[in-house]
Design a protein around this ligand. Structure first.
Ligand code: ATP
Ligand code: MG
Length: 571
């Protein structure tokens, strides 16, 4: 009883419970499973995890945390043809990076192959399973339709002894792929099609990434998942809605094999889909294999590793999962919500830096040639503990080309000839003249500075208000950088949702812009891959894994504001 009180007390009261939490709390109140909550995350190691998986991870690990429970990691590795240790490693890395720890060792469905095999033999001896010699197409054709019963296999009434002998010979490798299957003997007329003698084992002469050549027969998902849940003491087996029709079969197998009061309970929730992308691993794999992207971790991919490389923080992905919640109805979530979550987090946490992406040289004609001053700039106004840094200032600077116009309209609050702006943290300057190349492009802007106007000096001029403040870098001190700007990978909101069109047709050819010759402030010199920054007035950026000292590379995570919404609303 004490345990239950403790569990309900740990519940935060400010947010309404989702339907899974309601189920769990009712069960806890009723003393079910001795107050235990034990979930699992069961990825199939046939690809990298995506943002949909991230929501499932947050749900399963989050529930365990909330109810002082446990969450296992179990690889659902029953299909050796598509699975690989590259994926099992990446998946573990992603889960840890998201901030979760699984309970105990990593589990694999393949750890239970021997046990499952024994249970299959038991079912054969109980007259509940038989070996069928028919090819897959015939078995499939015999299943009937939801309104018409199926046809019984001519092998359905083999004796348990004959079945046992054949099944052992299947295991021993005497038959070729597809020559035989083990089927459960349930009911060929069941209204639930999955009950029409489902396949339990198939022959696959394919080495497995963990068991090697030990097995040439592999159990099917339905026969595997519930039993693994049972063996691990899982209380809540949470999965996506497509498994709802499998639930009776999940329960049926457990009923055949175990007679304890304890039962894992399958609960389904709706998949979370994201707009302007595809989420199925099959499609993501196609993008990688056909080189539409640079790999699983291409920063445009909706994979966890892609988002990480793009600059998303684990906190922002957890906040996103929390924001989308769980429901029974499938929804497409606007990618703008994900971007909003990362902006909110990075606004609080990222250091501000000055970077000029499209530089034009600016010379202060009345500033001493060799003088260098260090101006103090706040690292993060949102974080009082972030402190300040000293930024070198000198006669030759870079500013953004866009921040200057020779003749500007009234509302242009940046630099013009004859107009004044403040250089962030430094002086007020005034545009005097420009130099152009043969094509008429501005190569240098000449300005004068007001010596008394330095920010923070306390002078009258230091408080003088001018209409704009620009970011800048000192030419002599700047580091060169490459900056990669990303846009949505697909032009369409639901690229995989068009019946007569392949999702590839909707790829956005403009999803990557590479800017070279960018100038960033010297403090970024030693930035390491995955370090995240706000480039002032521009957006949030993250150091790419390709970055090296002297050859810095940054990825834009998101712009400061949601410009996409504006661009597409027609105003
Ligand atoms: P996909 O269909 O995208 O290839 P999957 O369902 O085959 O994914 P699994 O490795 O089987 O991938 O998934 C592991 C867990 O993540 C499952 O419990 C699955 O239900 C859940 N999951 C997968 N995609 C989503 C999603 N879009 N939203 C929420 N949960 C998901
Ligand atoms: Mg799956």
């Amino acid at each position: 009883m004490e345990e239950i009180v403790k569990n309900t007390e740990s519940v935060e009261l400010d947010k309404p419970l989702n339907f899974i939490e309601q189920i769990i709390e009712e069960e806890l109140a009723a003393g079910k499973n001795e107050g235990r909550v034990h979930t699992r995350f069961p990825p199939e190691p046939n690809g990298y995890l995506h943002i949909g998986h991230a929501t499932s991870i947050c749900l399963n690990f989050g529930l365990a945390k909330k109810y002082n429970g446990k969450c296992n990691l179990r690889f659902d590795d029953t299909n050796p043809t598509k699975e690989d240790t590259e994926y099992t490693d990446a998946i573990q890395e992603d889960i840890k990076w998201l901030g979760f720890n699984w309970y105990g060792d990593v589990h694999y469905a393949s750890d239970y192959f021997e046990q499952l095999y024994e249970w299959a033999e038991k079912m054969i001896l109980d007259g509940k399973a038989y070996v069928d010699d028919q090819p897959a197409e015939v078995i499939s054709a015999q299943r009937g339709t939801p309104t018409e019963p199926g046809v019984e296999s001519p092998y359905r009434n083999r004796t348990p002894e004959e079945n046992l002998d054949l099944f052992r010979r299947m295991r021993a490798g005497e038959f070729k792929d597809g020559e035989k299957v083990l089927r459960t003997k349930i009911d060929m007329a069941s209204p639930n099609m999955l009950f029409r003698d489902p396949i339990m084992y198939r022959i696959l002469h394919v080495p497995h990434h963990r068991t090697g050549d030990k097995w040439c027969i592999y159990p099917m998902y339905d026969f595997t998942h519930g039993e693994c849940d049972y063996l691990e003491g899982i209380t809540h087996s949470i999965c996506t809605l497509e498994f709802e029709v499998h639930r009776p079969l999940y329960n049926w197998y457990i009923d055949q094999l175990f007679d304890t009061e304890y039962r894992p309970r399958q609960i389904e929730f709706a998949r979370r889909n994201l707009s302007h992308t595809v989420m199925s691993k099959r499609r993501l794999l196609q993008l990688v294999q056909q080189h539409y992207v640079a790999g699983w971790d291409d920063p445009r991919m909706p994979t966890i590793c892609g988002l990480r490389r793009r600059g998303y923080s684990p906190e922002s992905l957890r906040a996103f999962a929390d924001e989308v919640g769980v429901a029974r109805r499938e929804i497409v979530i606007d990618v703008a919500l994900l971007e909003h979550c990362v902006r909110t987090d990075l606004n609080k946490t990222s250091r501000r830096m000055m970077a000029v992406l499209n530089p034009v040289k600016l010379v202060l004609t009345n500033y001493p040639d060799d003088k260098v001053e260090y101006v103090e700039i706040e690292n993060n106004p949102e974080d009082p503990t972030a402190g300040t840094r000293q930024v070198a200032f000198s006669k030759e600077l870079y500013i953004e080309r866009d921040d200057f116009m020779e003749e500007a309209p009234k509302k242009f609050f940046r630099l013009t000839l004859g107009g004044e702006v403040r250089l962030k943290g430094a002086y007020i300057i005034k545009g005097e003249s420009v130099e152009k190349d043969a094509d008429g492009n501005i190569t240098t802007i000449y300005c004068t500075y007001d010596e008394d106007s330095r920010s923070g000096s306390g002078s009258e001029a230091s408080n003088r208000k001018v209409k704009g403040t620009l970011h800048w870098v000192s030419a002599r001190h700047a580091e060169n950088a490459e900056v990669r700007l990303y846009d949505r990978l697909f032009k369409d909101e639901d690229p995989a949702g068009h019946k007569d069109h392949d999702f590839i047709e909707y790829l956005n050819e403009d999803s990557l812009h590479i800017l070279t010759g960018c100038k960033v402030e010297a403090a970024l010199k030693d930035a390491k891959p995955l370090d995240r920054f706000q480039f002032q007035r521009i957006g949030y950026f993250c150091v790419d894994k390709d970055s090296k000292p002297g050859e810095l590379v940054f990825n834009r995570t998101v712009a400061l504001k949601d410009t996409w919404a504006k661009k597409n609303s027609g105003n």
